[in-house]
Write a protein that binds this ligand. Structure first.
Ligand code: SF4
Ligand code: SF4
Length: 249
């Protein structure tokens, strides 16, 4: 049976995490600025200069037609695709772009889902119910392991409460395509946590840690991509069996 499109209209009509003036709790919007003195990266945006945002391909196409994607595509700029072939009929595709708005994006771009569920990404089980949450950024996942807590002071319930109080939103997010993507994120973060703790640079600190981390992370040494692919493929097969369709991915 064909499965309809993701209801992006419902998803993007909700504020999701809306903690008034939350940026006053973290010293000025860490999630949008990555403003940390140890972030002296060579390739990634340096601390205080912004961050990287991600769109699901499906979301990106919807927002291009119904909102405003970042990066001035109307002026010829493009938002690069990131393709992950997990062995299913179609790869997972994300779009990534630097964002230097430092929290002042209102009226300029439509915030992607990832920005709006911050500080957590909800992960949905095969039945579409909320299974768990994972940190919404690799930086926060890293601080959690290094320091025992992320830099964003909001609890994960800031994300999950929004779902529990809004059944229409929860239903829209329980689409098999989003289940597949959130399970991919879960497998990615689980593999990352294991490899990060076993990585020889884990005991470094300060700028030395983050510079070594940047090379290892961008060099794809901190995630077992085959393990992630295997989890996504298993999830895809189970969803295809549950829904009787494979056209959702
Ligand atoms: S979501 Fe967290 S890190 Fe971002 S501005 Fe709010 S409190 Fe700060
Ligand atoms: S799009 Fe807005 S919320 Fe998202 S990182 Fe950029 S400034 Fe922050």
């Amino acid at each position: 049976m064909p499965i309809g499109p993701v209801d992006w209209q419902t998803i993007h009509s909700r504020p999701l995490v809306a903690v008034p003036e939350c940026w006053t709790k973290c010293g000025g919007g860490f999630c949008c600025s990555n403003d940390h003195p140890d972030f002296q990266f060579r390739l990634m945006p340096k601390g205080g200069q912004g961050t990287t945002i991600l769109y699901l391909e499906d979301e990106y196409l919807w927002l291009k037609a119904n909102g405003h994607v970042i990066c001035g595509e109307e002026n010829g700029a493009t938002i690069a695709p990131m393709v992950f072939d997990y062995g299913g009929p179609r790869p997972l595709v994300l779009r990534h772009a630097p964002c230097a708005y430092l929290g002042r994006c209102n009226g300029k771009v439509t915030k992607p889902l990832l920005c709006r569920t911050y500080p957590a990404i909800p992960v949905f089980g095969l039945d579409g119910r909320l299974e768990t949450t994972v940190p919404a950024s690799i930086i926060d996942a890293t601080f959690q392991l290094k320091d025992g807590r992320p830099l964003c002071p909001l609890p994960d319930s800031a994300t999950t409460d929004a779902l529990e109080q809004d059944p229409a939103l929860a239903a829209a997010l329980a689409h098999p395509r989003l289940i597949l993507h959130t399970q991919a994120v879960r497998a990615f973060i689980e593999s990352y946590r294991q490899r990060l703790q076993a990585w020889e640079g884990f005991s470094l600190s300060g700028p030395a840690f983050w510079q070594a981390w940047e090379l290892a992370y961008l060099g794809r040494r901190l995630v077992d991509r085959e393990r992630v692919a295997a989890h996504v493929l298993r999830t895809f097969a189970a969803l295809a069996e549950r829904t009787g369709s494979d056209d959702f991915a």
